[in-house]
Write a protein that binds this ligand. Structure first.
Ligand code: GLY
Ligand code: MN
Length: 480
């Protein structure tokens, strides 16, 4: 292949990472209709230095910018004007220096055309365009910024101090975006299933290769490599730990030992930015012992109950509570809880073992749109956030609709510090058998997580089924 031809390959690669221009036009038209008035400013992300300016973190575009424009490059901005039915893209063409160091880049007209737009300006024109909108007394909507550079930029452009920006951001714009992004298009589901198929390879690799004597980080590196080899990256820092009771544990320094459980919560983000979020828990020895089998069975039952009952119209809070009842019932049978299961769950006693929510929205962000405010995404007028320990951690409680994608991720954990605190405060002594828990202090934790699409009738587990029954997990290891 000639050098010129090879250099022209970027164009083909670029086209693989965007939907059709009509997709973005349609989304922006819908946003204009829902928003009604004002002009919405969208700030793309910038490169962020790792330890010096030229050594940057991997670039990640803002997800709303990706959703409405599909342009995965730093230093872009855009305005969607609902009053005048117009839209403008801001950014700069590559300089010769850029071309020398980073290669040919799509031009601004090409980027605009890919997004189905015609009007584009150099980035430096942004203050003037915003100034003219303000001068005409029109409202400028913007989203709550979550990065320091964007806070500085909004201060420069709109004169709003960083500490006031969250309050000054537009609830109308947030609500309009949540409405649109919550319901996934079939082409988005395809992207997510691609990311789940990569997660399949990540998790099956663990089931095949985890052995006593290995360090957690050896497996973590392999899992990250599988995500990178698929063209993207991991969708959040990998949780791969023999201390699964620490929910967001990013330490990978332990040596695996027979008798331990290895909890792996890991997903891939594909080339278009769509993620998977999957958890599996496997025995290091390749075989669950009796106690592990008993607790694993409870968590798996809760996972399958979520899949069985999810359907449009159901509050996700009620799905959470149904899973909590399965957990409390299982733990009662196992002799770790006692008393009436319904009452225990209503009062929140099960949260000693299941202190997080059953799941969250999944979309262009692995916790979808969390930057817009979890309560805007997971709660609405039909349900507000509980203050009860455990239930208060539920990120998604609202009524499910067809096209929503959510995670279902029940777990059971034995957290020594929490057990000690509750026992010393004599909390829920009618429901918890603290004496029986003494033998579980080193148990760790178990979580089983799948990604679900709410369909017209119920729900569908996305992607190629990732082994999760005790037999499947033990067989993979036996056969490897
Ligand atoms: N996968 C980590 C989480 O959902 O918080
Ligand atoms: Mn999750």
């Amino acid at each position: 292949m000639s050098l010129e031809k090879q250099q022209g390959m970027w164009q083909k690669d670029y086209q693989k990472t965007v939907f059709s221009p009509a997709t973005y036009q349609k989304r922006r038209d819908a946003l204009r209709r829902i928003l009604g008035t004002g002009a919405a400013l969208f700030m793309g992300n910038k490169d962020v230095p790792f330890n010096y300016p030229a050594n940057t973190y991997r670039f990640r575009q803002d997800s709303s910018f990706l959703y409405f424009f599909g342009i995965n490059d730093p230093c872009m901005a855009a305005i969607i004007d609902a009053d005048e039915g117009k839209e403008y893209l801001f950014g700069n063409d590559a300089t010769m220096d850029d071309i020398i160091w980073t290669g040919e880049q799509p031009s601004m007209p090409e980027k605009a055309a890919g997004a189905g737009m015609t009007e584009h300006f150099p980035y430096a024109a942004l203050p003037d365009v915003l100034g003219s909108i303000k001068q005409h007394g029109r409202h400028i909507h913007f989203l709550p910024p979550y990065r320091g550079e964007i806070r500085i930029e909004i201060f420069r452009l709109l004169g709003i101090a960083p500490e006031n920006q969250a309050n000054a951001s537009s609830t109308a714009l947030i609500r309009a975006i949540v409405r649109l992004r919550s319901v996934k298009e079939p082409q988005e589901i395809e992207q997510m299933e691609q990311a789940i198929d990569t997660a399949y390879r990540m998790h099956v690799h663990i089931m095949e290769h985890a052995r006593a004597g290995m360090m957690e980080r050896e497996l973590c590196g392999a899992v990250e490599g599988i995500a990178s080899a698929a063209g993207g990256t991991v969708s959040f820092p990998v949780i791969l730990t023999v201390n699964g009771q620490i929910l967001h544990n990013h330490c990978h320094d332990n040596i695996l030992q027979n008798g331990q459980l290895l909890l792996v919560d890991a997903g891939a983000e594909n080339v278009m930015g769509y993620p998977s979020d999957i958890t599996r828990t496997v025995p290091v020895s390749g075989k669950f012992d009796e106690r592990q089998r008993e607790i694993y069975h409870i968590v798996l039952q809760a996972n399958m109950e979520v899949i069985r009952i999810c359907r449009p119209g159901m509050l996700y809070r009620d799905v959470h509570l149904a899973a909590a009842r399965i957990i409390a019932d299982g733990l009662t049978q196992a002799g770790l809880m006692k008393g009436n299961v319904e009452d225990a769950v209503e009062e929140g006693a099960h949260a000693l073992f299941f202190p997080h929510g059953i799941g969250h929205a999944l979309g262009l962000d692995v916790h979808d749109m969390e930057n817009l405010g979890e309560d805007h995404v997971g709660y609405d007028e039909s349900v507000s956030r509980s203050t009860q320990f455990g239930l208060s951690a539920l990120r998604m409680a609202r009524r499910l609709e067809p096209g929503f994608t959510v995670t279902g991720e029940p777990g059971v954990y034995f957290i020594p510090a929490l057990i000690d605190q509750w026992e010393s405060e004599r909390r829920f002594t009618d429901y918890i058998r603290y004496d029986a828990l003494k033998k579980f202090r080193n148990f760790g934790g178990i979580r089983v997580e799948d990604d679900l699409l709410i369909t017209n009738q119920g729900c569908r587990v996305l992607g190629k089924p990732i082994p999760k029954s005790i037999d499947e997990i033990e067989n993979i290891r036996r056969q490897y």
